[in-house]
Design a protein around this ligand. Structure first.
Ligand code: SF4
Length: 226
């Protein structure tokens, strides 16, 4: 099965090529997604990526990570064919985009410089500070990133660790929250997310409180919703 580097998401979380999405919905403006890596520092219990057989058969499972030049080429093609209908470039995919932080920042800049007026978004686990052992929020400054969507997952460190199985252990939750708070200085829209079917209403309410205490926005998202 051919792997997709730049792709779109249709109703119900179906991953499709750009030609297919704009054939199905010729008059809709929408975001496109960039799949940089399968790697991640978490192994979330609900992540398709952790179910290896399923992952290997999946169109987003990269046999080899694309070079930045290959991603650039796909973005150029996407915008030359469908540019009038693309309103956002989202770095997302099967793995954690910040595993390739330098390439990610380069591509965010490339998108802003080459596709006039385009919005950019990053979906992340928010653990890049721990992965690189430094403050990484400033990397997203300078207007290259409009929205950062960070997986909050839970209202406390124990529940978070049980769900994400982060390789950094118990300190992950606080580090993720600190990163999110720090991002407010550099990114206009900082959103934390929880998955609706993983958490019950009481837990979601607690997550809401954590976000409002820090001036962050919470989005409760469906499992396959990007
Ligand atoms: S952080 Fe995202 S990519 Fe990584 S294991 Fe969890 S759901 Fe999957």
């Amino acid at each position: 099965m051919e792997c997709m580097i730049v792709y779109a998401v249709d109703a119900g979380g179906e991953y499709v090529t750009l030609d297919e999405i704009f054939r199905r919905h010729p008059s809709d403006a929408r975001g496109i997604y960039v799949n940089l890596t399968n790697r991640c520092t978490c192994a979330c219990t609900f992540c398709l990526r952790t179910m290896k057989k399923m992952a290997e058969e999946h169109t987003l499972w990269l046999r080899q990570e694309p070079l930045t030049g290959e991603v650039r080429k796909e973005l150029d093609e996407a915008f030359s064919k469908h540019g009038d209908k693309i309103n956002e470039v989202v770095f997302c995919g099967f793995g954690e985009p910040t595993m390739r932080l330098e390439d990610l920042v380069y591509l965010l800049k490339y998108a802003k410089e080459n596709f006039h007026g385009i919005k950019t978004r990053l979906n992340t686990n928010g653990l890049s500070d721990l992965n690189y052992n430094r403050d990484t929020a400033p990397d997203f400054g300078g207007g290259i990133l409009d929205t950062i969507s960070i997986s909050l997952n839970a209202s406390n460190a124990e529940r978070y660790l049980a769900l994400t199985r982060s390789e950094f252990g118990a300190r992950s939750y606080d580090a993720m929250l600190e990163f999110a708070t720090h991002c407010k200085k550099y990114v206009a829209d900082v959103v934390l997310t929880v998955v609706d079917h993983v958490e019950d209403e009481e837990e979601i309410e607690k997550c809401r409180k954590i976000c409002s205490e820090r001036g962050l926005r919470l989005r409760v998202r469906a499992y396959e919703d990007k």
